[in-house]
Design a protein. Structure first.
Length: 152
């Protein structure tokens, strides 16, 4: 049996966002790692303790302390300072596979950061609706961090 286009669209998610950062590619990549790891926070600014082991096969997980937490992804590929790729369930606690790519490219005096998120599985409607806003919030925070005078 071959799935229809409608059936496939219910099982997939795909989005792409990009943002221009007025900072070097190195500062932008460092800001991305910091924001995804120890400085991670929810859209409303509530701290969300995350650990990002920025090596191939490294974990990206929510650390709740006392060996409790949630595995979000594994570092599938990292090539400093222009690529970070993750694969895993992310914030979805159901049968799903996500691939998230952050690609950075020097552009003039700044950096273009492009995020691609593709998923396959039983994706709930609330996650389907909220994921774009969540990634946009993270990208804005990366930009603010990279452009901060403290970084330069």
């Amino acid at each position: 049996m071959i799935a229809t286009e409608s059936e496939l669209s219910q099982l997939t998610l795909g989005l792409e966002e990009d943002i221009f950062i007025e900072a070097s590619i190195e500062a932008s990549f460092a800001a991305l790692l910091e924001q995804m790891g120890p400085s991670n926070e929810m859209g409303d600014g509530t701290p969300m303790p995350m650990v990002l082991e920025a090596v191939p096969g490294g974990r990206w997980f929510r650390d709740l302390g006392d060996d409790n937490g949630h595995n979000w992804a594994t570092v599938q590929a990292i090539r400093r300072p222009d690529l970070l790729e993750l694969s895993g369930p992310l914030f979805m606690s159901y049968p799903v596979c996500n691939n998230v790519q952050y690609r950075l490219a020097a552009e003039g005096d700044g950096t273009r950061l492009t995020l691609r998120h593709n998923a396959l599985g039983l994706i709930t409607e609330d996650h389907r609706q909220g994921v774009r806003e969540g990634w946009r919030s993270l990208l804005q925070k990366v930009r603010s961090r990279a452009q901060s005078p403290a970084v330069h």
